[in-house]
Design a protein around this ligand. Sequence first.
Ligand code: AMP
Ligand code: ZN
Length: 111
Amino acid sequence: MDCIFCKIVHKEIASEIIYEDKNFIAFKDINPIAPFHILIIPKEHVPPLDQIELHDKELIGEMILTAKKIAENQATLQSGYRLIFNVGRDAGQTVDHLHLHLLGGKKLLWL
Ligand code: AMP
Ligand code: ZN
């Protein structure tokens, strides 16, 4: 499968990885919209949120807890952060491998 995030997982494409464990990696977004902007993704190819099913609930929970753990270790996020799943065209979703945006480092506007 030709998936850019799978290539990042397998280190076939360079990225700035800031966290990695058995199930997830987190790396800097190439086109950041905040001073701190990373993507947290499962290492296995999982489709986007609109195709997630009940048996994926543990994975989604772990993903959010991973984001929380990363955020707790970033000095710049102690004043707050935002987690985002973009789903579908109107949200600007461009990659079909499940990913969670973690943003912060400034006071974020609400849309
Ligand atoms: P989304 O719009 O939710 O599908 O987000 C996909 C994100 O992936 C965008 O914010 C892109 O800037 C980011 N992105 C695409 N290619 C790369 C890459 N090679 N390395 C890091 N981030 C990327
Ligand atoms: Zn993938």
